[in-house]
Design a protein around this ligand. Structure first.
Ligand SMILES: [Fe+2]
Length: 254
């Protein structure tokens, strides 16, 4: 069996037009720069794992731009919704990338979990979503599992960011831990690199493809780090190798 190679990109914050600027950055141009770096780094054939906030405000045009850009590069992609997204519009306008709730390859399965609440910045796993997760885990009892979601299930030592932590994280942990082979959670939303051990489950977050938040800040604070992506190698024995690569410089300043 071969290694399953993924590249996580997150919090794209694409606007209604390619020149859209958010937090002093042209987000579409920044995404293009990250995709170029992924290719240059030899990971252009990876399956993308897009962990939400594709749009800055759920605009159809944002999803259409991403759909066209990723299609033109012949990408394969898994995605889920963040707090700035609209699941209905994503399903409609990411037309070349049908939503895939569970992706299975050999002895690995990737589950895409929706942690967003309409109109709220914070995270919650709804009762329906939790029940579906429980069913997926039961159906995938022999697989190594990676669960992707937008919000962080853990605190990252940044007060204002930690207020967005998945509210029912304890219930989520109990369910994930009961499976026995949930190897990792991968999330976005916090616009910074973070790695932790959540009671035996690794939790990895990636920085945004555009602007970052300053780690360990009490109040909202933008970081100075470049756009970035996370590479993830899922080995047949259940082992995970992963790391974050930042762009050498930020070329998308408005
Ligand atoms: Fe977010």
């Amino acid at each position: 069996m071969t290694v399953l190679k993924l590249t996580q990109i997150t919090d794209l914050h694409i606007g209604p037009i390619p020149d859209f600027t958010c937090r002093h950055l042209k987000t579409y141009k920044s995404l293009q720069s990250v995709l170029t770096a992924i290719k240059r780094d030899g990971r252009g054939d990876d399956r993308l794992l897009i962990t939400g906030d594709i749009a800055s405000d759920g605009q159809p045009e944002a999803y259409q731009q991403v759909d066209q850009l990723l299609s033109a590069e012949a990408k394969q992609a898994l995605w889920l919704a963040g707090n700035h997204d609209s699941m209905d519009r994503m399903r409609k306008h990411l037309k070349n990338f049908p939503f895939t709730p569970v992706f299975e390859v050999n002895n690995w399965a990737i589950i895409m979990l929706d942690s967003s609440m309409p109109g709220q910045p914070g995270g919650l796993i709804s009762k329906t979503e939790m029940q579906q997760l429980e069913q997926h885990l039961a159906n995938l009892s022999d697989k190594n599992i990676l669960v992707a979601m937008h919000h962080s299930p853990i605190a990252v030592n940044s007060h204002w960011v930690d207020e967005h932590r998945i509210a029912n994280h304890q219930q989520l942990y109990t369910l994930l831990a009961s499976h026995g082979k949930v190897r990792a959670v991968v999330n976005g939303h916090i616009h910074q690199q973070h790695e932790a051990n959540w009671g035996g489950i690794a939790v990895y977050s990636a920085p945004s493809t555009c602007f970052q938040f300053e780690p360990r800040s009490v109040k909202f604070s933008l970081g100075h780090q470049s756009p970035a992506y996370r590479w993830i190698d899922l080995h047949p024995n259940g082992h995970i190798e992963t790391g974050v690569r930042f762009l050498a410089s930020n070329t998308a300043n408005a």
